[in-house]
Design a protein around this ligand. Structure first.
Ligand SMILES: *[C@@H]1O[C@H](CO)[C@@H](O)[C@H](O)[C@H]1NC(C)=O
Ligand SMILES: *[C@@H]1O[C@H](CO)[C@@H](O)[C@H](O)[C@H]1NC(C)=O
Ligand SMILES: *[C@@H]1O[C@H](CO)[C@@H](O)[C@H](O)[C@H]1NC(C)=O
Ligand SMILES: *[C@@H]1O[C@H](CO)[C@@H](O)[C@H](O)[C@H]1NC(C)=O
Ligand SMILES: *[C@@H]1O[C@H](CO)[C@@H](O)[C@H](O)[C@H]1NC(C)=O
Ligand SMILES: *[C@@H]1O[C@H](CO)[C@@H](O)[C@H](O)[C@H]1NC(C)=O
Ligand SMILES: *[C@@H]1O[C@H](CO)[C@@H](O)[C@H](O)[C@H]1NC(C)=O
Length: 364
């Protein structure tokens, strides 16, 4: 009773008082109904966005989306939630990996310390969220729909007892998770539930830039003990290949993090593997957008020359966001593709917090 009255007070006044001293996290499960059309051909790189009716089929199902919700214990920006969306073959742990020797890998903790709540979810088909028996139900259309529904849910429902719904949700994605948010921005445009988007580890993908599917074999072949029962459309990375997600210079990250990464990797699907290419299509999203990419990102920057000139990169990326209220690109010096997992993590974290505040009107 007291708590909710207090919450209501802060919520109405929207005043930030002081940074929270500690952070409370809990697991939540959010039910979503996905009722959409997906391409019959999962290798359709536009994920059905350019398809005619005869090449689509319905997916109509309810899924449980698992997430870790964290909020500062005491004073915080009550109306604002960061919805954190991991990349391909990762899960919600990407936002708070429990590797101990370097304690600053957790963006959930970093942003909580600065007064911001977050909800890190697992994609449908991944981690502790519902895993459809048929991997071809897990495509960008169905997954992006689930992510948008989670955003709508937290704006209309109390996520934990005693807390009011959130007023503004900022989507923060990593890699293919940025691709999912991007996809939702294409399908929903001005109707998007997100007050702003922060897309990390993702630039426009050109056809030809996706490695052959042999780089991501069926998960059941890679680890039969863990994934032997999955349909072969659930895929994962080949053993020993994840250093590509780190800066080339091995002094930039902990070898223990790389081990943890390999050990805790998860699955993706063939559909999601190809449909990241949909981010070359224009969106009518009207909110503010920031992209954050690591200068040492081996998928997008190293050896491409693409990230050397931020002005030129911004102009190139902006083309597909013509209606965005504002659009910026930050090249984070030293960071690799998984910019949360190397020794430079605090740089991008500071940038994410900056944009969350700016996009929601919190004083910087
Ligand atoms: C619909 O798309 C399929 C696959 O791209 C194509 O073969 C077919 O000709 C299209 N049909 C119409 C009516 O455009
Ligand atoms: C999807 O399923 C729900 C519940 O069974 C049903 O009410 C709804 O009409 C279905 N949607 C379509 C497009 O058939
Ligand atoms: C971790 O973060 C704290 C507070 O932001 C900072 O003081 C400390 O130097 C960081 N540690 C490392 C190893 O970067
Ligand atoms: C998955 O669903 C698709 C589309 O309905 C179907 O063609 C395919 O046979 C199914 N795969 C399995 C393994 O059931
Ligand atoms: C890697 O980074 C370290 C520390 O900044 C530097 O001393 C070393 O020369 C770099 N190695 C290479 C191969 O660039
Ligand atoms: C965006 O708006 C333009 C102009 O109104 C329209 O032609 C286009 O189809 C829209 N794009 C999407 C993806 O809805
Ligand atoms: C960076 O790109 C901009 C826009 O294309 C160009 O005007 C500028 O000269 C470039 N700067 C450098 C240092 O190449």
């Amino acid at each position: 009773m007291f708590l909710s009255a207090l919450s209501a007070l802060f919520y109405l006044s929207s005043i930030y008082v002081a940074a929270g001293a500690s952070c409370a996290c809990s697991s939540v499960t959010i039910p979503v109904r996905v009722d959409t059309l997906v391409p019959k051909d999962v290798t359709d790189i536009y994920g059905g966005l350019k398809s005619n009716a005869s090449s689509l089929r319905p997916v109509n199902a309810t899924y449980d989306v698992y997430g870790v919700f964290c909020r500062p214990d005491s004073y915080f920006f009550l109306g604002v939630l960061q919805l954190l969306v991991h990349g391909f073959t990762y899960d919600s742990q990407y936002w708070s990996p429990p590797v101990e020797e370097f304690r600053n890998y957790s963006y959930a903790a970093y942003s909580c310390d600065r007064g911001l709540s977050s909800l890190a979810i697992d994609w449908v088909g991944v981690g502790l969220s519902s895993r459809p028996a048929n991997s071809s139900d897990v495509q960008f259309l169905s997954c992006a729909s689930a992510v948008s529904q989670v955003a709508r849910y937290v704006k209309t429902n109390s996520i934990v007892p005693g807390l009011l719904p959130f007023e503004k949700v900022i989507g923060i994605g990593h890699s293919a998770g940025s691709g999912l948010l991007n996809f939702g921005a294409i399908t929903e445009g001005a109707q998007s539930p997100f007050a702003g988007l922060i897309l990390t580890g993702e630039l426009i993908v050109q056809s030809g830039e996706i490695p052959p599917l042999s780089a991501a074999p069926p998960a059941r072949d890679v680890d039969p003990l863990r994934w032997g029962a999955l349909d072969p459309g659930y895929i994962t990375s080949l053993a020993g290949t994840r250093s590509a997600f780190y800066p080339p210079n091995a002094t930039s990250f902990s070898p223990r993090m790389l081990q943890f990464d390999e050990f805790t990797k998860d699955v993706g699907t063939v559909g999601a593997y190809y449909q990241i290419l949909s981010n070359s299509l224009a969106t009518n999203y009207t909110g503010p957008v920031a992209k954050v990419i690591g200068s040492e990102d081996q998928l997008f920057c190293v050896g491409t020359g693409r990230c050397a000139n931020v002005t030129a990169l911004t102009a190139a990326e902006r083309v597909v966001w013509p209606k965005a209220q504002r659009f910026e690109v930050v090249v984070s010096q030293g960071s690799g593709h998984c910019m949360n997992l190397d020794f430079f993590a605090n740089g991008p974290f500071n940038t994410f917090v900056h944009y969350v505040k700016q996009f929601t009107g919190i004083p910087l």
